[in-house]
Design a protein around this ligand. Structure first.
Ligand code: BGC
Length: 454
């Protein structure tokens, strides 16, 4: 049990039942606004129609290229769909140099096309005609499966010349500029859509796709009559469409101000996309570690932790001068650690802050800080997922999940389930499944399903 001082410090991160219910109500309200034409512009959760209307059957066959841009890495993949719910994936990771994340958009797309060309050459595919699905994990207005206009950059990207442009066209142009491969961009999709599709490929009850990684977002299957922004031509032959909620932006109209803390405001102030993606800044891997750093700094300044540490002044200076020094992966490692050894916690504290002998009490306190930050993130994610499940008419709903926070954190899944038990309507059943390479397999499936229906 940690002492009362630290519990008091962390109180703002512990959401009361009232706060949970109120965030839930506001989230449902906001998604309803996003879907309606008359209120869409004011809604923070844009609920973009994706034009993906058919879920996979599991019988899909063929070879597809896929690109995955939007997390920490850029990847090129070759996906072979084999029917019988089966697929194999070969992939290659290419780092995106930091300057390309903020430099001119054309350079970013030239880099993507160059990596693609290298991959195709390496796999001896330069002579083949290859359909490609592009998982582009940023908010986009889609005008069709192949047309996606970037509305804003998120997650540390800020390349000029791309917002408001069709990223499918930009990729196509970059491939043409090189002229060394016959590649057709047949589908653009969000990583949440990829996750939903790849999970539906294995389990037909999947209706929701969620990412809790560098960024945070979800999509779900909605009835076409509720999606006012969907072109009426797409409502005739299909009853459903996947909607990309873009819930990372939730809170931009002040809806989360009653639960945001000073630390959240500080994270936002220092970010390159100030006042944007406020829900994301409370839930995603890009920000959770930084929240812990800020809390730890406050705890040290108020002498609530590492009280007897001889090198406190140096410790405070390291924390003050190194934004992002504490990473979200450290939260996972610390929460995994066992009492009373605290082997990983002690290693992290030594590596990052140069402290030799952290006491058991200090390790417990640090673990508690991490737990509160991660649990609040999981609670918020669970609120969003429950809101979506409760809208879906099916009695049983499976949720496909992916992202580094969800995968690496030892308790994130159980925190989410615990909160969902309270929020999902009692007449419904739910389950969560881990996505297997949603961005790659999902992109191939969208491309395959698209070519089947045309
Ligand atoms: C983007 C979403 C994406 C999510 C997870 C967010 O920053 O806006 O489009 O799905 O990150 O990658």
């Amino acid at each position: 049990m940690v002492d009362v001082e630290i519990r008091e410090l962390m109180q703002p991160f512990v959401l009361s039942d009232y706060q949970v219910q109120e965030v839930y109500r506001r989230f449902c309200n906001e998604t309803a606004k996003g879907l309606r034409r008359s209120t869409h512009d004011q809604a923070s959760t844009k609920c973009f129609p994706t034009y993906v209307q058919d879920l996979p059957t599991g019988d899909e066959m063929g070879k597809y290229l896929a690109l995955d841009l939007g997390g920490t890495n850029f990847r090129v993949l070759l996906v072979t769909l084999k029917g019988h719910h089966d697929a194999t994936v070969e992939s290659q990771i290419y780092p995106v140099p930091k300057d390309l994340m903020t430099g001119p958009g054309v350079q970013l797309f030239d880099h993507i096309a160059e990596c693609l060309a290298k991959f195709v050459a390496k796999h001896d595919m330069d002579k083949a005609y290859l359909p490609l699905g592009f998982t582009f994990s940023f908010p986009c207005v889609q005008l069709g499966l192949k047309e996606a206009m970037l509305t804003r950059w998120t997650k540390g990207f800020s390349c000029p010349g791309v917002e408001g442009q069709d990223v499918g066209q930009m990729l196509h142009d970059a491939i043409q500029r090189r002229g060394d491969a016959e590649i057709a961009v047949v589908a653009l999709l969000n990583d949440t859509t990829g996750t939903l599709m790849s999970c539906a490929h294995r389990n037909p009850e999947c209706r929701v796709g969620v990412i809790v990684g560098t960024g945070c977002n979800a999509c779900y299957v909605e009835q076409v009559e509720n999606v006012e922004l969907l072109d009426p031509n797409f409502k005739r032959s299909r009853s459903q469409v996947i909607v990309n909620v873009e819930w990372g932006a939730f809170g931009e109209n002040g809806q989360l101000d009653f639960v945001r803390t000073d630390y959240d405001r500080e994270v936002d102030r220092k970010s390159i996309n100030r006042s944007e993606q406020l829900f994301e800044k409370m839930t995603a891997g890009m920000y959770l570690g930084e929240l812990v750093r800020l809390v730890l700094l406050r705890a040290l300044e108020r002498n609530k932790i590492f009280k007897l540490c001889p090198k406190r002044a140096a410790f405070v200076a390291v924390l003050q001068n190194n934004v992002d020094i504490f990473e979200t992966k450290h939260i996972s490692e610390i929460e995994e650690d066992s009492f009373p050894e605290f082997t990983s916690t002690r290693r992290i504290v030594k590596e990052l802050f140069g402290l030799d002998k952290a006491s058991v009490e200090d390790c417990q306190k640090l673990k508690y800080i991490c737990e509160c930050v991660a649990r609040r993130a999981a609670t918020l994610v669970a609120i969003g997922i429950s809101g979506l499940i409760n809208k879906i008419p099916d009695r049983k709903v499976v949720v496909g999940m992916d992202g580094s926070v969800y995968r690496l954190h030892p308790k994130f899944d159980s925190y989410i389930r615990e909160m969902m038990q309270k929020l999902v309507k009692p007449d419904k059943e739910f389950d969560i499944m881990l996505s297997e390479d949603g961005s790659g397999r999902g992109a191939a499936l969208v491309a395959a399903v698209a070519s089947k229906s045309t």
